[in-house]
Design a protein around this ligand. Structure first.
Ligand SMILES: [Zn+2]
Length: 171
């Protein structure tokens, strides 16, 4: 049960809504005096009705949400633990691909009532560039640029060769 409209007080065999006007009930949670429109699923407030309606289209499809606050003395203190990620790595490879956008032949889906994705553009790689940077400047290389056929395969072969060279130099 996510919709706050369905919170009832069941007494005397009558189902009486506990919250009759959600906007009025939650208005005191806002410091600004604007009229707010609250989402009945997540209780987020919006100043514009159309913004709420836009939000409702997505929020109403989500599962129930619950805010959990840290517990004092148990998980109320966060600290950085991934110190290994701060260490300098000996080699870094910066790489970038260039590609042409080519229109693809599109066919309408056979069943229009079902949701589907139709690709309309295919990216064809036409070149790449990379540079190997080392903490030791003696091993830093000038940039490598390639334009031609079989770009992806050529890139993978080149990187594998670079890896082999790096391993040979440091074994
Ligand atoms: Zn919501």
């Amino acid at each position: 049960m996510r919709d706050m409209r369905w919170i009832y007080c069941i007494s005397k065999r009558k189902r009486t809504p506990l919250i009759k006007n959600l906007n009025r009930a939650l208005a005191r949670t806002k410091t600004r005096k604007h009229n707010h429109h609250f989402c009945r699923y997540c209780l987020q407030g919006f100043q514009q009705k159309h913004t709420l309606n836009k939000h409702l289209r997505f929020c109403s499809t989500l599962e129930a949400q619950c805010v959990t606050l840290p517990e004092k003395g148990y998980d109320d203190f966060l600290q950085f633990k991934d110190f290994h990620k701060q260490m300098r790595v000996p080699f870094v490879i910066y790489a970038d691909f260039e590609a042409f956008a080519q229109k693809t032949e599109t066919r309408p889906p056979s069943d229009a009532s079902k949701s589907s994705t139709t690709p309309i553009i295919h990216y064809k790689p036409c070149g790449y560039g990379y540079q190997i940077v080392c903490v030791d400047d003696d091993y830093t290389k000038p940039p490598v640029i390639y334009r031609g056929d079989d770009v992806s395969e050529h890139f993978l072969r080149s990187i594998m060769e670079e890896e082999g060279e790096i391993k040979r130099n440091f074994e």
